[in-house]
Design a protein around this ligand. Structure first.
Ligand SMILES: CCCCCCCCCCCCCC(=O)CC(=O)SCCNC(=O)CCNC(=O)[C@H](O)C(C)(C)COP(=O)(O)OP(=O)(O)OC[C@H]1O[C@@H](n2cnc3c(N)ncnc32)[C@H](O)[C@@H]1OP(=O)(O)O
Ligand SMILES: NC(=O)C1=CN([C@@H]2O[C@H](COP(=O)(O)OP(=O)(O)OC[C@H]3O[C@@H](n4cnc5c(N)ncnc54)[C@H](O)[C@@H]3O)[C@@H](O)[C@H]2O)C=CC1
Length: 719
């Protein structure tokens, strides 16, 4: 809807009304068409102001409408009619002007923004391009390079930057609507020809071809297979090389391809899923909207290794006081330096003062006595962690939340070391903890809803996408990683190379294949876990065949590399070789290839040709199958939780929506059929056996993802 009123005698004021972000739904578009017509035909009205209610101009097209039959007046002619008006139209921009919202403002003759407003064309992040003239007007207004930057990245700019770029004409610290009305009165009756952006010639840089080639190359590299950024460049190129009307045709044509693409569906799904995961629930019925978090002002971090340092930085940057505890003197000194460096670099980037004085360091755990919440990040060793939790239980004041950053250990077992197990949850950050957006909040059977709500709220304050998950080995993310990595190892045994496997996964869209990633994080990490689980010993645990453990197929390849001291980047050798320890450039290693040949010969394995399709199907479907088991077990409340964990924590390409969404896109029937096929070929690999939820979903006609919860509920009620 749009409300119309006449203010100050001669200004028609149009207010967009569609909470919460005044998205351009069919009703809003109809409202704009009607009210603009009314203002233009009223002889008393000399100029017009368009604003949005509740302090936000407009969040763009209504994304929820995209999947449905789009009715109502189309945006492009609506914006043209505003631009062609014979009375000045001023956009009063508060809060956000994004996507179609900014395109609407670009159709106005003037734009006045509040100093706190943010503007942008984020369509590319939804798999689209700004198809209401954004790709044609913006370069005409601010030049090709700046428009390319905004349109291909989708980044939001501040009002100050928008003013500097020339997107807005004026910025105010006061009431934007008052300023716009005053401004509208001052320009009433003035000629408008020079204010219609579509009539501007597009500035043509002299090195146009080189510019577009360079941008296209950069965009293709960072897009990892996403098609929208490429289409954005093509549309801006049309603005730079063709008259406006033809440019608009090109914009429309490119949008038509994107609009119906699977990538757009995936990215729009991610937009809503990212928001949906904050509405968490637990199997016992506790929910986000009925559980009250407690405020956290002061927190402690125990253990200042890789993770503890990043967590300390993230907490301090959020404005909390932090007590950072590390027992080893040398580690403590190094940590102080590293934390200060990270804070200083972050503060410089954000143009603020570094939060150095929010942190106090100690070697004595007694220092945490009066904090609201503790995050333990000592070595992944259950014995040590138990001891730390016992100490915390006796040191901390009653009511302190005790959290662990363990990547896979039993949170409930740690809770049982304390007097108040209900105050214990996992807060599983991802490395580097001050950068990575994901936080798994792990609840045990005894965690209170308040503890979960507090951890979820703290995560949100830290800028994380926080996902609440149940307690099981590896929780959601690392649990699903196990079958994925296992398949990658088996593929090497059967004839693949790390290069072949990684290439297939990187072409799929992962920033790094499984072997490059494991070189980066360190092969010794998994080795320690496998040793702890009794799976790995030099020469295989006694009485076990080399490639069987606990009655199932096992690949000792990773263990064998570790026995050779090949821990990945840190030792300069792993699945690849590196110039020196710590170097990041992976090179193919002839030693590794002959090692694999020797290994196969020793075990009577005949190498066969393995193609990309097999790599993707075996690695990804095994991972997806475990995702279905996680849903079946109630560890994740819904597929969105799993998908956001993979998108934000594991580099799953966002334009493929996350593993569970991807399974739906491929077709659940096909995933089931391929898993069955591979399980028949490898009956000793239980991870390839399709799980009952997948069978059930296929039997129920492969319902769309938003209906899976109903099937899961039915499955649970029958157990
Ligand atoms: C054969 C086919 C031919 C095809 C031709 C097709 C031609 C079609 C032409 C159409 C041309 C249209 C071009 C166009 O206009 C494209 C767009 O505008 S796409 C939308 C671009 N806008 C955005 O991406 C902005 C998205 N929103 C945000 O970034 C933030 O929400 C915002 C900064 C505005 C506010 O942030 P915050 O205060 O943190 O609130 P939330 O993010 O939590 O949002 C609150 C609530 O609102 C929902 N929401 C937000 N934006 C939208 C939206 N644009 N549409 C619908 N809903 C929106 C959001 O989901 C939250 O609700 P939940 O219930 O929590 O999910
Ligand atoms: N490294 C990673 O990528 C991730 C690790 N994790 C988990 O985070 C935890 C920590 O891992 P990292 O930081 O990698 O380990 P790390 O080995 O880098 O650091 C552990 C630190 O804890 C200190 N420490 C040991 N006992 C202590 C005690 N009693 N009191 C205070 N400090 C003590 C050690 O001196 C060391 O500095 C582990 O549980 C790990 O599984 C979770 C997510 C990712």
């Amino acid at each position: 809807m749009a409300k119309y009123s006449r203010v100050s005698g001669s200004v028609g004021l149009i207010t967009l009304q569609n909470p919460p972000v005044n998205a351009l739904s069919a009703a809003v578009r109809q409202g704009i068409v009607d009210t603009v017509e009314r203002a233009l035909s009223d002889p008393k009205v000399k100029s017009v102001v368009i604003c949005g209610q509740n302090g936000i101009f407009c969040g763009g097209a209504d994304i929820k409408e995209f999947g449905s039959n789009m009715s109502g007046p189309p945006l492009v002619p609506m914006i043209h009619a505003i631009e062609a008006a014979n009375k000045p139209v001023v956009a009063a921009i508060e809060g956000s002007a994004l996507g179609g919202g900014l395109e609407l403002a670009l159709g106005c003759h003037y734009r006045i923004a509040h100093s706190k407003a943010r503007l942008g064309l984020p369509e590319v992040t939804l798999g689209l391009l700004p198809a209401a003239g954004g790709t044609q007007r913006l370069p005409r207004l601010i030049g090709v390079p700046a428009a390319l930057d905004l349109i291909t990245t989708g980044r939001h700019v501040t009002a100050a930057e928008a003013l500097q770029l020339g997107v807005v004409d004026q910025v105010t610290d006061h009431s934007t609507v008052d300023a716009a009305v005053k401004f509208a009165q001052s320009v009433a009756g003035k000629p408008l020809d020079a204010r219609r952006i579509s009539t501007y010639p597009c500035p043509r840089p002299s090195d146009l071809d080189a510019l577009f080639e360079g941008v296209m190359e950069k965009v293709r590299q960072s897009a990892r297979g996403a098609i929208a950024p490429v289409a954005c460049v093509q549309a801006v190129r049309a603005a730079a090389t063709q008259p406006y009307t033809q440019g608009m045709e090109r914009e429309k044509e490119l949008m038509a391809t994107l609009f119906t693409s699977g990538q757009a569906r995936a990215l729009q799904y991610c937009f809503f899923a990212q928001r949906a995961v904050s509405r968490w629930s637990m199997p016992n019925g506790a929910r986000w909207d009925t559980s009250k978090p407690r405020p956290v002002h002061k927190a402690a971090v125990i253990g200042l290794g890789t993770m503890g340092r990043g967590i300390t930085v993230a907490l301090a940057q959020t404005g909390l006081s932090v007590i950072a505890v590390e027992t080893q003197e040398k580690q403590l000194m190094e940590a102080k330096q590293a934390v200060s460096g990270m804070l200083e670099r972050g503060a410089k980037r954000r143009g603020v003062a570094p939060a150095l004085d929010r942190i106090s360091y100690s070697r004595d755990i007694q220092a945490v006595a009066d904090v609201d919440l503790v995050i333990e990040a000592v070595f992944e060793d259950m014995g040590l962690k138990k001891k730390v939790f016992q100490q915390l239980a006796s040191i901390c004041r009653p009511g302190t939340f005790l959290c662990t950053n363990t990547s896979a250990l039993d949170v409930d077992h740690l809770a049982s070391q304390t007097h108040n197990p209900e105050l214990v949850v996992g807060m599983h950050f991802f490395a580097p903890a001050h950068v990575m957006k994901l936080l798994e909040v792990v609840y045990g059977p005894r965690s209170s809803p308040q503890a979960v709500a507090t951890a979820m709220q703290l995560g949100k304050k830290m800028g994380k996408i926080s996902v609440a998950v149940g307690n099981c080995p590896g929780f959601v993310g690392n649990r699903m990683l196990k079958p994925y990595m296992e398949q990658a190892f088996f593929l090497l045994e059967e004839g693949a190379t790390p290069e072949l496997v990684d290439r297939a996964l990187e072409e799929f869209g992962f920033p790094m294949g499984v072997f490059r990633m494991s070189d980066l994080s360190g092969l010794d990490v998994g080795w320690r876990v496998r040793k702890g689980d009794g799976l790995s010993e030099p020469g295989a645990p006694s009485g076990q065949p080399a490639r069987i453990r606990q009655g199932r197929r096992y690949s000792p390849l990773g263990d064998l590399l570790c026995e050779q001291g090949r821990f990945g980047q840190k030792t300069g050798r792993g699945w690849y070789q590196y110039n020196k320890p710590g170097s990041r450039v992976a090179r193919s290693d002839p030693w590794l290839h002959s090692f694999l040949e020797g290994y196969r010969a020793r075990h009577g394995l005949v190498a066969r040709r393995i193609d990309n399709q097999e790599v993707l199907e075996r690695c990804l479907y095994a991972l997806i199958n475990e995702g279905f088991r996680i849903l079946e077990d109630g560890i994740a409340a819904g597929p969105e939780d799993i998908d956001m964990i993979y998108v934000f924590g594991y580099g799953w390409p966002r334009h493929r929506g996350g593993p569970m969404f991807y399974a739906g896109m491929v077709g659940l029937g096909k995933v089931l059929e391929r898993l069955e096929h591979y399980h028949q070929a490898h009956p000793d690999v239980p991870y390839l056996k399709p799980c009952s939820l997948l069978w059930r979903l296929v039997a129920s006609g492969s319902p769309p993802l938003h209906k899976w919860r109903e099937v899961i509920k039915k499955l649970h009620s029958q157990l």
